[in-house]
Design a protein around this ligand. Structure first.
Ligand code: SUG
Length: 448
């Protein structure tokens, strides 16, 4: 069956700000309290979607979650009018207030793990929304994300949108940021690579010493099992704890795969040489065709430069002519080592023949590059016809969304602006009018 990959990009919400909420995410910590521009952020995100769409690659949008989420503050015992809630929560802890305003749901690579029907025993397309239980501000995303995904993939004969795994440290799950699929073509059943940061059931196993491991082996294997992926198509890899401690909080900060290409840094995984040899052998056995593994050494690109340039968070896509484009953040062009790596990539024998650099600085400053901003969903033609059509990208949707951002977003926001009750009204109005543009029920997007 012919299937096509769609990139579901998160529309960046009107409260995008730099509150330094994400421990272990170097960019988030270093931009803390600096001014952000929600308008520029959303327009940069839309420009990337337009670029991917113009390449002829499948493109869709996921709506931002309604923020602020005052229910979170109420569940912690704060009460009163909007203004009172804001003042009380801020007085207690500015972090709590910032958490319920965070636009972190823009990074839809963390929204869910998706297995295309070709990989699943029951031939349904399986989606597990991520519980994101590792960080406070992200742990409140999953109920609304699940609702949105169920509204978009509502056809019960085609899609299974599971409940997230229980919100528990031992089951911490960060979605597709730690999941890659390799196959000669998107249409074919693939090898699914699940990468975890720690084995929560074995306290003696290797784990980072400074920053948290945000994905557990228990969560990764549970998702592979509930999606019904055959054991010989599941590959479990552990992140190198040294990389996590250097700021590689998700595996998509240090490796990226697409069809028959897998790019990674030499310090991405534990026991890397053996693991990659095994991966290559399994790929050969399954598909009898070449897998291009391109590894970059620490001498070519130091770990710190991999983290600051986000080379491996580039988005690797297959164009309709079968060749691949690597969509990098501008930071890769500005970093001489990272730029040299991209030059090596196009010069070598592999399907990548184009590298482009896009400005996504607003998201990058919070640790989110091109690949963080999109959730990949491979769908058959029948599934495409059965999903909600209002989120499918087009020239006209692009124009409507640009106008919507221009009309509803502020040019600048500092964390102190989160105390302004007018921002509540502006944000709710924006989400309400977006529901009409995407033809989704207002009550779903407002998540009343
Ligand atoms: O979870 N940043 C996000 C970035 C997520 C990037 N996603 C992938 N690598 N797939 C995070 O750390 C920062 C929010 C703040 O500081 O206000 C933040 O949540």
């Amino acid at each position: 069956m012919i299937a096509r990959e769609f990139n579901f990009d998160g529309l960046i919400g009107p409260t995008h700000n730099y509150a330094g909420l994400s421990y272990g995410n170097v960019a988030s910590a270093s931009y803390q309290d600096l001014p952000s521009s929600p308008k520029a952020a959303a327009l940069q995100g839309l420009a990337k979607m337009k670029y991917v769409f113009d390449l002829g690659v499948g493109q869709c949008v996921l709506p931002p979650l309604r923020r602020p989420r005052f229910e979170f503050l109420q569940s912690l015992g704060f009460s009163g009018s909007d203004k009172q809630l804001i003042d009380k929560a801020y007085a207690y802890s500015p972090v709590l207030l910032a958490s319920c305003y965070s636009a972190s749901n823009m990074w839809t690579a963390n929204a869910a793990t998706v297995s295309p029907s070709a990989d699943c025993a029951d031939e349904f397309l399986h989606i597990t929304p991520a519980n994101l239980s590792c960080a406070l501000h992200r742990s409140i995303e999953h109920p609304s994300t699940t609702r949105n995904l169920r509204a978009i993939f509502s056809d019960r004969d085609s899609f299974k949108v599971h409940a997230p795994l229980p919100s528990q440290a031992g089951l911490a799950d960060e979605g597709a940021a730690n999941h890659t699929r390799l196959a000669p073509k998107h249409s074919l059943s693939g090898l699914e690579l699940f990468t975890f940061g720690s084995d929560s059931q074995d306290q003696k196993s290797p784990k980072p010493s400074k920053f948290p491991a945000r994905q557990t082996l228990l969560a990764s294997s549970a998702i592979a099992r509930r999606h019904g992926i055959s054991k010989d198509r599941v590959c479990l890899l552990q992140q190198n704890p040294l990389a996590i401690d250097a700021g590689v909080f998700h595996n998509d900060v240090i490796s990226v795969g697409n069809e028959n290409v897998f790019l990674c840094h030499e310090m991405a995984f534990l026991d890397q040489a053996k693991r990659l040899a095994d991966l290559k052998q399994r790929y050969d056995l399954a598909f009898d065709s070449p897998l291009f593994i391109v590894q970059f050494s620490n001498a070519e690109l130091e770990l710190a430069d991999a983290v600051s340039s986000y080379l491996f968070n580039s988005q690797l896509v297959t164009r309709p002519d079968g060749k691949m484009t690597l969509i990098c953040p501008l930071e890769c062009q500005e970093n001489p080592q990272a730029r040299a790596c991209t030059e090596r990539l196009v010069a070598e024998e592999n399907p990548i023949d184009q590298v482009v650099f896009l400005d996504l600085r607003q998201s990058m400053n919070n640790g989110g590059g091109p690949a963080c901003l999109r959730l990949r969903v491979v769908m058959t033609e029948q599934q495409q016809a059965r999903m909600h059509p209002g989120v499918v990208f087009s020239e006209s949707l692009y124009e409507k969304l640009v106008a919507w951002v221009e009309a509803n977003y502020r040019n600048q926001l500092v964390p102190n602006d989160l105390r302004d009750p007018n921002l509540v009204v502006e944000s709710l109005n924006a989400i309400e009018s977006l529901a009409r543009i995407l033809d989704l029920p207002v009550e779903v997007l407002m998540d009343a």
